[in-house]
Design a protein around this ligand. Structure first.
Ligand SMILES: [Ca+2]
Ligand SMILES: [Ca+2]
Length: 646
């Protein structure tokens, strides 16, 4: 944060001296003698708090405080020009547009402004950019993402468990209270993640939140601060740097759609239309459509958000307004991204985090709830500076015609390219859970994959079977250790960049939110067992851990499992068998979810595996014979096996 400089004058100094002298002699001056200028400008906060040389040609600074109706403003560095100012009607906010000249050097700018009632100033440190090598790297198909809720992973600093400004917020016995996990706890356990074999961590939001139950991070009250429960900006910078040193990437959870209900903007917005609506009068982000509008079965309509109207060129724009302009869950203040001030604020905020930390990409929350024009602009500005930065959107929907619409790389019917790198593969998530837990045909997997034609880059999709928003896989009715292994097996061998949810690798269980966000055992010094270590894991935990670790090693060793082409070989009610093919190798993955063994015979004649002479087991319990072009697979019950063809 910049140091804020109150207006000083000699009279003020004399008065201060007098007060100190009187206090020292034990006498308090009578109140009537004080004549403070109640209308003088007061600076409380400056956003962004600092900036960098050569990053952008201009900068919009948002100053918060009192009596900020500036008539004139300037900064003391010759390369910084204040081109325009705009105060809010309340005087609580002042926007300043700065032009940053090409000869600007690092240093601290002191910007002063004058109002009818006085003068105030603030500091804006301008730093040289760090060496960019190894920062802001983005994803590749070689990556595997590991999702962490920082409050629930590991407590690396017990002194921040209950920050002074949040009394009573910490209680490990309460599912919705803060539990004490933090950024330093994650840094300390990077070697564990490295040993497991993931390459990228995605942390749920780390920005400052405001309520006693905001341990998840989705209730922002300050988009430029790290939540004090989780640590400091320095802790985050050190985490990213430590991760990069260990060749791990870091994804930041960005939430441009909304802030938390306790954000100071809610009662005192910087502009009348800063939000869509007000706390008293706003739309709800629920879709006005019913499940049967498009003739769909309505039984599962509460499992996901109804985004159909957003992708439908025939739906009147008014039908989409609830989704894009409504307050999420009816309570989260919805940013008005049609207001250029809001757009500029949010873009600069994302640039600031990328530059301040070196993060490698953004996971983007509630992606469809923000109008698409914003995404195009947000991405354009970010990519101009960070061409490799990746973004993954959350589009919580089972239908690929819906999820694919939001991916960038081409324009939609609305003429907009969102430029979003990719989305989480929710359609595959729904299929995997249905196939493994609800008895749906294994062919559902092939049915999702055939719709990869809708995506410009399906190899960048992020398949997953669990996240912080759904019940733990192991906690679902019908789940078993065998089925959990199958879920990992498919997620790590199908195309794309898999996402795994913390703790599933040791079979953590739990129901819906917040029960799906239990503490990782061993992340707290007082924990009885430390499942971060082999000795601390139960035999059951060790078994699933080793299974996931082995799959991740296999993925690392075989390029075909990462970026290889995927070909269907066979698909039916209980099994799905596919080929992963690179220039170097051909692998057969055989999945069988049935309760008894099964033999499958496949002709390789009409496949790219035609001519293979031998088949060797790499992973799993199945057996295979290759006779001529006939591949015969003996698949044990509930198994996934991987073979190499030669
Ligand atoms: Ca802590
Ligand atoms: Ca919105």
């Amino acid at each position: 944060m910049p140091q804020l400089l109150p207006r000083r004058n000699s009279l003020h100094t004399v008065r201060l001296f007098l007060i100190v002298a009187l206090l020292l002699t034990g006498r308090v001056p009578p109140r009537a003698q004080e004549t403070p200028n109640r209308n003088a400008p007061v600076v409380k906060k400056v956003e962004p708090p600092n900036w960098w040389v050569g990053l952008t040609p201009d900068l919009m600074v948002l100053v918060s405080g009192k009596n900020l109706q500036a008539t004139h403003a300037n900064c003391n560095l010759p390369e910084i020009t204040v081109s325009r100012t705009e105060s809010s009607v309340s005087g609580d906010y002042l926007f300043l547009w700065l032009k940053l000249g090409p000869e600007l050097k690092s240093g601290t700018a002191i910007c002063r402004f004058t109002t009818a009632k006085g003068q105030a100033s603030f500091e804006l440190p301008i730093a040289t950019r760090k060496q960019i090598l190894g920062r802001n790297m983005g994803l590749s198909p070689d990556d595997v993402i590991y999702l962490i809720l920082p409050d629930r992973f590991a407590n690396g600093d017990p002194t921040n468990d209950e920050p002074a400004e949040f009394p009573g917020s910490h209680d490990r016995a309460k599912a919705r209270a803060y539990h004490g996990g933090d950024l330093r706890g994650i840094t300390a356990h990077l070697p564990y993640l490295k040993a497991l074999g993931v390459t990228t961590i995605w942390l749920t939001p780390i920005v400052k939140n405001g309520a006693a139950e905001d341990y998840h991070g989705y209730g922002a009250v300050d988009l430029y601060s790290v939540d004090p429960h989780l640590g400091t900006l320095l802790d985050y910078q050190e985490l990213v740097e430590a991760a990069h040193k260990q060749h791990l990437k870091v994804f930041f959870d960005a939430v441009p759609n909304h802030v938390g209900p306790r954000h100071p903007w809610v009662t005192d917005p910087p502009a009348p239309d800063w939000f869509h609506g007000t706390a008293e009068h706003h739309l709800n982000a629920g879709s006005p459509l019913k499940g049967d509008f498009y003739g769909q079965a309505s039984k599962n309509q509460n499992d996901h958000d109804l985004f159909e109207s957003l992708v439908d060129p025939h739906a009147p724009a008014q039908r989409r307004r609830n989704l894009t302009d409504g307050w999420f869950a009816g309570t989260l203040p919805d940013m008005n991204t049609e207001n250029p001030l809001v757009v500029r604020y949010l873009i600069q905020n994302s640039i600031w985090w990328a530059e301040a930390s070196g993060l490698d990409g953004y996971r983007v929350d509630t992606f469809p709830y923000v109008p698409r024009a914003f995404w195009g602009e947000w991405h354009r500005e970010l990519r101009r500076i960070y061409p490799r930065l990746s973004t993954i959107g959350e589009v919580f929907h089972p239908d690929p015609t819906v999820t694919s619409f939001f991916v960038g790389g081409r324009k939609g019917w609305d003429g907009i390219d969102t430029q979003l790198t990719t989305v989480f593969d929710y359609p595959l998530y729904f299929a995997l859970r249905d196939v493994l837990l609800n008895g749906a045909p294994a062919g559902r997997i092939a049915n999702v994959l055939r719709q990869d034609s809708l995506y410009p880059h399906p190899d960048y999709l992020a398949p997953f079977f669990a996240s912080h928003d759904v019940a733990r896989f192991a906690g679902m009715a019908g789940a078993s250790p065998e089925k959990l292994r199958l879920a990992f097996g498919l997620t790590l061998t199908l195309r794309g960049i898999p996402e795994l949810y913390y703790g599933d690798e040791i079979g953590m269980t739990g129901g819906e939110d917040p029960d799906n966000r239990r503490d990782f055992p061993g992340g707290w010094i007082e924990d009885e067992r430390n499942a971060f270590t082999r000795e601390g894991r139960t035999p059951g935990q060790q078994q699933i851990f080793e299974y996931v670790q082995a799959l991740l090693r296999l993925r690392q060793a075989h390029g075909a499992l990462r970026g290889g082409k995927l070909w269907h070989l066979a698909s039916d009610d209980s099994s799905y068998i596919f080929l992963r093919e690179s220039e170097e190798e051909q692998l057969v993955v055989a999945f069988h979810r049935g309760p008894s063994p099964k033999t499958v015979t496949i002709s390789l004649l009409d496949t790219t595996a035609k001519g293979a002479a031998a088949i060797t087991l790499l992973f799993g319990p199945a057996r295979a014979d290759l006779a001529g072009e006939k591949l015969r697979l003996a698949l044990p019950a509930e198994s996934l096996s991987i073979f190499t063809l030669e």
